[in-house]
Design a protein around this ligand. Structure first.
Ligand SMILES: *Cc1c(COP(=O)(O)O)cnc(C)c1O
Length: 742
């Protein structure tokens, strides 16, 4: 039998979307274009076989009224659990029953009354206490979809006081209404399919409208697809054939035509009132809501996503607020993105991505995740995948390639000290660009793919920022920085900010650009390079020129990159989705080492993006200067961004500088900048950190990093010459070692 990778992965996709995870079968998959047509189609369906729509939420959320509007708009019967089920069965008002049986038995009685529930095709307004009984909710959920009317707590309290409700079910004497509502919220959060995030002050009509839109999205699982940046729009039929869903793009990583996946219809836009709801939320809560809107529930159900998010941004972060924003100077703020386990911003994505990845993977294949790293991605990927459960680790291997002489001693230790059986780290005597290119080439090498598929049942994927799943979690912290500034009164919602980002592969920047599409008003995107400034020059001139450039190692090695892979997404969007142009310019880049953007596209880029670069001396001086003035130590990448922000930002609005690493990780550069050691490279990593600690500055030392270095010595690791076939051999050997079952 001849099996190709294409046939394996397409059959996997079928299983993952239709077999395993399709829990709520939608209405007939006709072209749901507008709500009007959905109403028409729906009313022609037979209610007897239809799913119910449950409206859930706290007392005062508007379940009854919203239910009435939704039922009317969809032409469906309405059941109000209070009036139509409980009161009828009990033959008395609910309040009377409550005082008759007492609060301790009320929930039991309620559960009993609902145990025979067997309606179909109805809109059902639940009681506020139904979700407290898990048996009832399980029974109900089998017959339909649960919409959670997520209304602001203050609004609820206000409405309840207007309605003169002084106590609700389960409220013990002496416990405040606010506390009961909070207690209940955890139950609501566990059993919904669709969240309807209401803005403060929304009328019931507005909530109903949001509910209808959310229902529509839930059913229309084919609407949120991804296309390759190189797909040719003119050949429309091909585009339709090439469309992929979230699960597919996470697993595949790179499109078959070597383009990168992007969402076909752009990003969902949240309303200002919805953003304002998030101002006082925690990072995981913000993340859950933002990501729910970007990942279709058929791919990852919202409650599942919420579970993943709470694990990804929990104890593993040294700082409970995950990505805090601090004032630096004048109108400059830094967002500290280094509190994760491996001390760089890569953790923000990579603590979550492996969970998404494992969830989306079809059960029947093994996966080998290939990663090229300029230093920080490697350890973040290794840590992220190591935290998966055993079962997942048995079918997912991770192979990291890093430039043997292009990463710091500390970074090398972090990577090579990983001893998980399913991971391997290989040094390559070449730079990052070579490693990245080799990986891309492996994806398009049919003989390698065929061999892996046939011999080891193994499919390749990647966790580099060419993978869509890497960019998505990063959208969250850009939004979070803005919301923090609103919360702290620095700006009002709607006021502009600028962002300044030390840029390598343009992934962090791309996420910031996407968050603007979601409604966060970022004015300028400032792209900061070190002396390897091909991207900065490109943004300034529209001319991408690699011919005469040689990568020169710097003290900010994570951005020692000349070929920024995410520029491809950027150009695709700036050109209005012109896949042909993208294909042309990147072929030209491969063939001739350069390309020039058409004028119109260039002007579009210039309207939003500024770029500059910073020399090694300026970088060291900035670290020294900021430390002298404030006692705060910038890592060299953050310092690059600070220098460029000083040059290019006009101070008419706040600027958030992305602090992408903890300075401990680049200790030698800091020791040099602060004149704490003559030749810091000659000190052992732990000695370097000790020296740094002696100046007792902010931010405090990175404990997880310290622990990692204390427990490990330089490990022997494979080193490979800069030759594609040698790297491919490593891949095959690893697949063999991990997945060849005898
Ligand atoms: C990876 C990295 C960057 C570059 O981020 P991109 O998304 O590739 O532009 C910047 N700083 C640090 C510390 C990094 O690890």
């Amino acid at each position: 039998m001849f099996v190709t990778m294409a046939s394996i992965s397409s059959s996997c996709r079928f299983v993952s979307r239709l077999g395993v995870k399709w829990r709520f079968f939608p209405l007939p998959l006709l072209g749901w274009k507008t709500l009007a047509t959905s109403v028409r189609l729906e009313s022609q369906c037979s209610f007897a076989t239809e799913k119910n729509i449950f409206l859930m939420g706290p007392p005062g959320a508007g379940k009854t009224t919203v239910g009435r509007i939704v039922a009317q708009r969809l032409g469906r019967p309405l059941i109000d659990v209070d009036d139509d089920i409980l009161e009828r069965q009990w033959n008395m008002p609910v309040a009377e029953k409550l005082s008759a049986v007492g609060p301790e038995h009320f929930l039991e009685e309620e559960a009993k009354a609902l145990s025979g529930f067997s309606a179909h095709g109805c809109v059902v307004s639940l009681t506020g206490s139904n979700p407290l009984c898990s048996g009832t909710m399980q029974h109900l959920r089998r017959t339909g979809t649960v919409l959670y009317l997520d209304v602001d707590e203050e609004d609820i309290l206000l409405r309840l006081s207007r309605m003169k409700v002084s106590r609700i079910v389960g409220q013990e004497p002496g416990v405040s209404m606010r506390d009961v509502l909070r207690y209940r919220r955890q139950f609501y959060n566990q059993c919904f399919d669709i969240r309807v995030l209401c803005a403060s002050g929304d009328t019931e009509e507005e909530v109903a409208e949001k509910a209808l839109l959310a229902l529509h999205r839930h059913r229309d699982s084919e609407s949120e697809t991804f296309v390759s940046t190189r797909s040719d729009k003119v050949a429309q039929e091909d585009v339709a054939r090439d469309e992929k869903h979230f699960s597919d793009v996470v697993v595949e990583g790179l499109a078959p035509d070597s383009g990168l996946y992007v969402p076909k219809e752009g990003f969902p836009k949240l309303q200002p009132g919805q953003w304002l709801r998030m101002v006082h939320m925690s990072y995981p809560q913000r993340a859950a809501i933002i990501l729910e809107n970007c990942i279709h529930p058929v791919d990852v159900p919202a409650t599942e996503l919420q579970r993943m998010v709470s694990k990804a941004y929990g104890e593993n972060f040294a700082c409970a607020v995950v990505a805090p924003v601090r004032h630096l100077a004048h109108n400059q703020y830094v967002q500290e993105l280094f509190h994760g386990p491996t001390a760089s911003f890569k953790d923000l994505a990579l603590q979550l991505v492996p969970r998404l990845f494992a969830y989306c993977l079809p059960q029947m294949c093994n996966y080998l995740v290939l990663v090229a790293t300029s230093g920080d991605t490697g350890s973040a990927v290794l840590d992220g995948f190591a935290s998966l459960p055993d079962g997942d680790r048995q079918r997912i291997g991770v192979l990291v390639f890093f430039p043997e002489n292009g990463v710091s001693e500390i970074q090398k230790l972090q990577m090579t000290s990983f001893k998980e059986g399913n991971t391997r780290t290989v040094g390559v005597t070449a730079n990052f660009d070579f490693c990245q290119k080799a990986i891309k080439q492996m994806f398009s090498d049919p003989s390698l793919a065929g061999c892996l598929a046939v011999e080891y049942g193994t499919v390749l994927s990647t966790a580099n920022s060419i993978n869509w799943a890497r960019l998505l979690p990063q959208v969250v912290y850009h939004a979070s920085a803005y919301l923090d500034l609103v919360r702290d009164g620095v700006i009002g919602f709607g006021d502009p900010i600028d962002v300044c980002i030390p840029t390598g592969n343009f992934g962090n920047m791309m996420s910031a650009i996407y968050v603007k599409q979601m409604g966060i008003p970022i004015r300028k995107f400032i792209c900061a390079s070190n002396h390897n400034c091909a991207v900065a020059d490109f943004i300034a001139t529209g001319h991408y020129e690699l011919q005469d450039r040689v990568l020169t190692p710097s003290i900010s090695p994570a951005i020692d990159i000349l070929k920024s892979s995410n520029l491809e997404r950027f150009i695709y969007h700036a050109s209005g989705g012109n896949g042909r142009l993208v294909k042309d310019v990147f072929s030209s880049l491969d063939a001739r080492g350069s390309f020039v953007l058409p004028q119109d596209v260039f002007h579009k880029i210039q309207a939003d993006v500024l770029a500059g670069w910073c020399s090694e001396e300026e970088c060291l001086a900035a670290i020294r200067d900021v430390h002298t003035r404030t006692g705060y130590i910038l890592d060299p990448h953050t310092a690059v961004a600070k220098v460029v922000a000083d040059h290019l930002q006009d101070r008419t609005c706040p600027v958030v500088i992305a602090s992408t690493a903890h300075h401990d990780k680049f200790a030698p550069a800091i020791l040099r900048a602060l004149q704490l050691a003559e030749s810091p490279e000659q000190l052992l990593p732990l000695e370097q950190l000790d020296r740094l600690r002696s100046c007792g500055s902010q931010p405090v030392m990175h404990e997880a990093l310290q622990r990692c270095l204390s427990n490990s010595k330089t490990q022997p690791h494979a080193v490979c010459q800069a030759d594609f076939s040698l790297l491919a051999e490593q891949v095959e050997t690893m697949a063999q070692d991990l997945f060849l079952k005898v």
